[in-house]
Design a protein around this ligand. Sequence first.
Ligand code: ADP
Ligand code: MG
Length: 236
Amino acid sequence: MALLEGEHLTKRFGGVVAVDDVSFSIERGETVGLIGPNGAGKSTLFRLITGVHEPTKGQVTLDGEVITGLKPHQICHRGLVKTHQIVKPLEGLSLLENAAVGAQFGGRNPENPMERAHEVLEFVGLDHMAHDDPDELSVGALKRLEIARVLATDPEVLLLDEVAGGLDTDETEEIIDLIRDISDQGKTVFLIDHVMRALMSVSERVFVLDNGELIAKGTPTEIQNDERVIEAYLGD
Ligand code: ADP
Ligand code: MG
């Protein structure tokens, strides 16, 4: 049985159909990439999955149970969590405290949030800065803090929305290595990225959204050779 399933997901904003009848399924432990041009509906699809937006039509199931209609924190408690495309750490709190908030309020194992926060900061390579203020962080470190925050909730499924966005080549490499480590721990990862090469290198399968529609699903090699995908990216 698939771990995460979307059936006929549709989201309209007034006259705009941001997500148009999207169905997909992801197996436990899989790493799946989601690509598509700007405005294709990628972030909206993630928000339908995590309960930020209610779909106009369709539903999402997690481990066989319908999660559509639940609030994001309820979905988080069931083990599915998403990073924010724009990272905004809580001001006035240290990195450690920011990670601990994830463990405390979103977490499934809230007995010792501080210990959990240290663990995840170490995992993302930020433990040496645990007591620093987040506004001194580089873009790359901010993205890693955001990953730490969601990891602190002890998720089974992670949705990563452009965690490599705005990073240079070295920082992108680091984030991709980190995603690979998360995936190697057996977690299920669904990630959006516009750096196609990086995403292809870490994903077992790739889905392509264009104009709200899922136009292709396949292995990275299949996707790179898909006529409709090439057209969506290069055609006009
Ligand atoms: P992507 O993440 O692929 O760049 P988005 O999901 O952010 O795309 O946006 C898809 C479409 O939906 C765009 O046309 C965008 O303007 C529109 N959209 C997204 N969120 C909202 C919203 N909250 N209200 C109105 N329109 C929205
Ligand atoms: Mg987006």
